[in-house]
Design a protein around this ligand. Structure first.
Ligand code: KIV
Length: 281
């Protein structure tokens, strides 16, 4: 294990107490350089299982393994000094039993240095959340659209419309009552997000769930425009890094083919004059 870095300044109880205050700023990160960038501005950094789609090109989060989460968690930990680090429990690592969930959550905490884990699911997962929370594992809940259940939902549609709002409200209440220190609400309509935020004691962290939530989270590659396979309606792009990178790579390729790169300043030792001018030696 090679976990380095200082203890995060922000703790799960502090996040829990922040309900109703200044909105919590949360982003994902999967690598050390990105962790350093987001740490300067975020309260919570999530090593999300979205890493599978964003960095590994998987078609969904279902193929993400515990080993992948540990590897990315260790990388992120090295870049954090003040934000609370939360690591996602991947599909299949916690649903089977409370004991399985504890064993794998303990591995994530011991091997990455994270202070909390996140797991998806409402009422059916409440017992597991209570089991973990009462054994030293702070849990962030995640209800509404839970991407690991994409096959059960039949897609990534908004959850909790019309009469279905009661199910999502019950899920959020169950997870909060079980001891989750915060609850992600994904892709739920604004009135429902407002209602849940007013009803549960834990702060709600919205992704596609409106300003009514106690905080916001986005996938960092989405808001930077670095992941461009698709663009969810709830994402605001603060940069177009994908387009910038494509331009830069095209310029590099053109320079190499035209022998404009490397130039004299990139070369060790004297370059023959003709080569330095871009001609034949
Ligand atoms: O995996 C993820 O990135 C998430 C979101 C809440 C951002 O779960």
């Amino acid at each position: 294990m090679s976990v380095t870095g200082k203890n995060p300044a922000l703790t799960p109880p502090q996040v829990a107490k922040s309900k109703g205050g200044t909105p919590l700023v949360c982003l994902t990160a999967y690598t050390t350089p990105m962790a350093k960038l987001v740490d300067a501005h975020c309260d919570v950094v999530l090593v999300g299982d979205s890493v599978g789609m964003v960095l590994h090109g998987l078609p969904s989060t279902l193929g993400v393994t515990l080993d992948m989460m540990i590897m990315h968690g260790q990388a992120v930990r090295r870049g954090l000094e003040r934000a609370l680090m939360v690591v996602d429990m991947p599909f299949g690592s916690y649903e089977e039993s409370r004991e399985q969930a504890f064993r794998n959550a303990a591995r994530l905490m011991a091997e990455t240095g994270c202070a909390a884990v996140k797991l998806e699911g409402g009422e059916p997962m409440a017992g597991t959340i209570r089991f973990l929370a009462t054994r030293g594992v702070p849990v962030m809940g995640h209800v509404g659209l839970t991407p690991q259940a994409v096959n059960a939902f039949g897609g990534y549609a908004v959850q909790g419309r019309g009469e279905d709002s009661e199910r999502v409200a019950r899920d959020a209440a169950a997870v909060a009552e079980a001891g989750a220190f915060a609850v992600v609400l994904e892709k739920v309509p604004e009135p429902l997000a407002r209602r849940i935020t007013g009803e549960i004691a834990a702060p709600t962290i919205g992704i596609g769930a409106s300003q009514a939530c106690d905080g916001q989270i986005l996938v960092v590659d989405d808001m930077l425009g670095a992941f461009t396979d698709f663009r969810p309606k709830f994402v605001r792009r603060y940069a177009e890094l994908g387009a910038e990178a494509a331009k830069a790579i095209a310029a590099y390729a053109a320079d190499v083919r035209a022998r404009r790169f490397p130039a004299a300043e990139h070369v060790f030792g004297d370059m023959p004059k003709a080569v330095a001018r871009g001609g034949a030696a």
